[in-house]
Design a protein around this ligand. Sequence first.
Ligand code: TYD
Length: 263
Amino acid sequence: MLEFPAFGDGRGRLAFLEGLRHVPFSIGRVQWWNNPVARDAAAHPPVGVGRVLLAVAGRADVRVRGDGVSEDARLDRPDRGVLVPRGAAWELVEASDDAVLVTLSEAREPHAEPAAGTGRRARPSTVDDARLLRLGGSDADASTTSVTGHLDVPFGVERIYYLFDVPPATARGSHAHKELEQLIVAVAGSFDVRLNDGATDRIVTLDRPDVGLLMPHMLWRDLERFTPGAVCLVLASLPYDEADYIRERDVYVAYRRARTPAS
Ligand code: TYD
């Protein structure tokens, strides 16, 4: 079993994992399966890349076989996962109705260096630069959604993190990122993302696993109105770095102002 770092406090729980750090490969594709048993009885044959399976909600029993491995694993904690090595197959044996199974696939090419610093950016993003993306499945099955780095999103996925067990009436976020770009998805339940760029507020409700909010850098965000059981999955363009956060409003406003070209 792989273990991922998890943090819990009165605002709910958060777990995260980074490519080449908590999983033994660069993350190429992230896929999630809602209601996996009903829709996904088929086995997943061996492929030439490694995969990691985890359940961010509910419980999934999986079987991994091949290439010297044989493992039955119960995935019932969001901060645990199982490795499917290159050349091994996996199948879903059983899952709870509320299960959300996430699979990470190894990038076929190692990632290029993550995007470089602010010099590259013409101006700070505004709330209008955040976009809702309709995400496709790997097949016609609407219960499966997949996102490939540099293809479906304009960045390589260096890290994923997910928020769960958020108590009612609790807000998360309340910060901006200097460089980080993200795709935010409600893989279970729903919540609101309140965006602000120092001038304008915009509220986006996320309530479907196949729609993601593409967040450019430097937008202030609050996550609010989580429904019970909601899970917020975030695909992130950079590893975790506290120095990339701006957690004070006045610092945020000054930081933007200093980087906004005079018109
Ligand atoms: P924080 O960003 O404050 O959560 P939220 O945006 O919901 O308010 O993160 C909570 C804690 O988790 C904080 O101590 C930083 C840590 N953390 C990581 O170590 N890695 C990560 O990828 C993330 C997102 C957070």
